[in-house]
Each structure stands twice: as C-alpha cells, then as structure tokens.
Design a protein around this ligand. Structure first.
Ligand code: KIV
Ligand code: ZN
Length: 387
C-alpha cells in the first residue's frame, strides 16, 4: 500500500461555493486560492468552467497565479465540458480535469434513463478525452456511496485503464455509515487489479453528520486523497471539513498518516472564508468554532486550570486560534473566578474568593456571561466592605 501521505483536495471554491448565498466573484476566488496554496493543500478545485462565463474566468485566473499546487476544473462526462475545462486550465502549471458520471441505479435509471453498460462506456470515453488534453485526470463515480460494489469496481478498473490518475468515490448523498464506506474502499483495493496505478479519493457529504468519519474510514482502508472544504461548506449539509480531517490525522499521528497542511493557518483561513463567503461559523464547530477552546463549567475549568490537557487535546496555537478562554457563567466554580480576577490584576486568598463567589453567582444568574467589567465592580465593592 502507498505511504501515509494523504493528499488534501480542497473544493471550497467549487462544492463549497455551491452553497446558496456563498457565490464568489473572480477576485475573491483568486484571493482564497492564494490562501489555500499558502495553507498547503495539494489540489485546488477552482470551479466548474462550463457552468458559467464567470466560473470559466475564475478557473482561468486562478490557473495563472497558482504555481505550487494542482488546479482542478470540474466537468460532466460530456466532451464539450471537458474541452472547456481544459481551455480554462490552459495556464495552470499542474492542471487536473475532474470528470465523471453517476454510477448508482438512481443515477443510471432515474437521471440518465440508461444502462450500466452505457454508463461504463461513457465513463471510459470521457476519461480518454480528458487524457488527450491533460496528463492528470480524476474520475468521479457520482453516488458511489449507493453504487453496487461489483459494478463500481468494473467502472474503476476501466477508467484507470483509460488513464485516470485519481479515482474519486463520492458519498454524494452522505448516506454511508463509516464502516460501510470503509468497506467500499477496501473492496476496491482488493478487487480492482490495476488500483495501484491510481490514488483513491474520498468525497463525503455530511447529510448524516458522518462526512469526516467516512473520509477517515476511507483513508484507513487505502484512500490517499480527501476532498474537503474549509468550515465543511458544501451542498446541503456540506462536505468533509478540511480542518477536521487534517487535525484527526495529526492528533493520531501514530497511525502514520500525514498532510502538508500548516495547521497554524486553520483558524485564520476559516475566518477569511467565513467573511468572504458571508457564512458564519457555528460556535461549537470543531477546531475553528468560537467555543472550540472555551471552558465554562466549574468541573472543566478546575481541571483545565490544573493541567490544560485535562480538557484540551489540541493547543489553540497549533491551529492558530486566539487561545483558550475561561468563560464565567453560573456554572463556573471558584478556581475559574480566582483565575479571571487574577487576569485583571486582583490576587485573592481563598476566603475572599468564597465571599466574592456568592456575589458572583447572583450576577451570573442575572446574565449569560460575567465579564471583566462585572468583576471590576465586584472587586470595588469587596474593597469597600473590607475597608
Ligand atoms: O458530491 C459529488 O458527488 C460531487 C461530484 C461532482 C464529485 O460533488
Ligand atoms: Zn460533492
């Protein structure tokens, strides 16, 4: 099996940009692409060139400025789409065409009113066509998550033979359970004779909240590329979140998987994408949410203040977050109160904290969060009473 390097294929500018309200103009896309390059992704899926003149222009402009990583354009299994994608990518140093077709019965029968054999022939034809235009061709078997494994293996073998360098196995509807998705990848590893000639890619959607788990299951079973987006943006419930899979592999480094991502840039780029796409990040989002390093209950705060690792498995600096926060609420305890007083310059003994704590609880019950200004008032009153 290939070594532990897992390629990060970022599709924030394509699948992520499909989110209603997240449409970007060319200038915004170019800026984000430069930041993604700086972050260390291996492939940037820059858009779907035939979909609109604006997207064509974006892929074209991104191709001109991105030097160190592959730039990818999406197409359907339609010859004209593929030609337009190649044209949009013509300035790219490392162009990749991402082409494919639906392989599940839902797609073959309902969407195309076709047959497995016809779809197989179209898959081969489109890969060959793309291969005439660029060396790096990725094939996607749309709805692979609900595709019969035996048929999927036939398609994958044929497209690799036709020249595909990467084979993408999308769980387009986010349907699979992690063990099912993992088994699907293992099935391909074990039943596609030429699988060693291509990289297997995971493209998992989050309809059941399983996108991250499924992508990792794919890697554990032999995939070496993950398609993901910053903040998990993407169609419907979104795609696999880049920051999550990257930090899982880093945290569990004993497994032997690694990426080129500079993790200190994860929070800054999350904020940049959120601002540019006008899409707030949920506060409890792993790695990049506002509360990802906030501790508010007394039990947690006490443990954290004794040893940060009691309640934090990642140091905030490692992912470019502003630092841990001890949030004062009615659930907070005395250690947290003493810590926050200390932070604003008041060193109290235990007896004083006991007295102040009763006052603190009254304030905390009347508002969601007790802030420095409230603590200063409490400290002032305490001094007056003591005088
Ligand atoms: O979800 C999906 O199947 C896709 C393909 C176009 C790769 O986005
Ligand atoms: Zn998708």
């Amino acid at each position: 099996m290939a070594d532990g390097k897992v390629h990060i294929f970022d599709t924030t500018l394509r699948d992520g940009e499909q989110v209603p309200g997240c449409k970007l103009n060319t200038k915004e896309k170019v800026e984000l692409a430069l930041s993604l390059q700086e972050l260390g992704v291996d492939i940037i899926e820059a858009g779907f060139p035939i979909s609109s003149p604006g997207d064509f222009e974006s892929v074209n402009e991104i191709s001109k400025v991105i030097k160190n990583v592959s730039v990818c354009g999406l197409s359907r299994a339609v010859l004209k789409d593929i030609e337009v994608a190649a044209e949009a990518l013509k300035y790219a140093q490392h162009p990749r065409i991402h082409t494919g077709i639906g392989t599940s019965d839902f797609h073959i029968k309902s969407k195309f009113n076709s047959t497995q054999d016809d779809i197989l022939a179209r898959a081969i034809q489109c890969v060959k066509w793309a291969k005439n235009l660029v060396a790096d061709v990725e094939f996607y078997a749309e709805d692979a998550g609900r595709t019969d494994n035996e048929y999927l293996a036939r398609v994958i073998e044929a497209v690799i033979k036709a020249g595909a360098t990467v084979v993408n196995i999308p769980d387009t509807t986010g349907y699979c359970l992690p063990h099912q998705y993992g088994e699907k990848i293992a099935y391909l590893v074990n039943h596609v004779p030429n699988i060693d000639k291509a990289i297997i890619s995971c493209h998992c959607h989050n309809d059941l909240g399983l996108a991250t788990a499924n992508s990792i299951a794919g890697v554990l079973n032999g995939a070496r590329q993950i398609e993901c987006t910053i903040n998990g943006l993407g169609e419907r419930a979104g795609n696999t979140a880049l920051e999550e899979v990257v930090m899982i592999m880093k945290q569990h480094s004993a497994l032997g998987y690694y990426t080129n991502i500079k993790t200190q840039q994860l929070n800054p780029i999350s904020q940049l994408v959120s601002d540019t796409m006008r899409m707030p990040v949920q506060s409890n989002k792993a790695i990049v949410g506002a509360n990802a390093f906030a501790h508010s209950s007394g039990i947690h705060q006490d443990g954290f203040l004794k040893d940060t690792q009691t309640y934090e498995i990642i140091a905030p600096e490692e992912v470019g977050a502003h630092g841990s926060r001890i949030v004062l609420t009615a659930r907070s305890g005395r250690s947290a109160l003493a810590y926050r007083f200390q932070k604003i310059g008041f060193e109290y003994h235990r007896n004083d904290i006991d007295i102040l704590y009763d006052e603190f609880l009254k304030v905390a019950d009347s508002k969601k969060e007790v802030e420095d200004i409230d603590l200063e008032k409490m400290a002032k009153q305490h001094k007056e009473v003591a005088a």
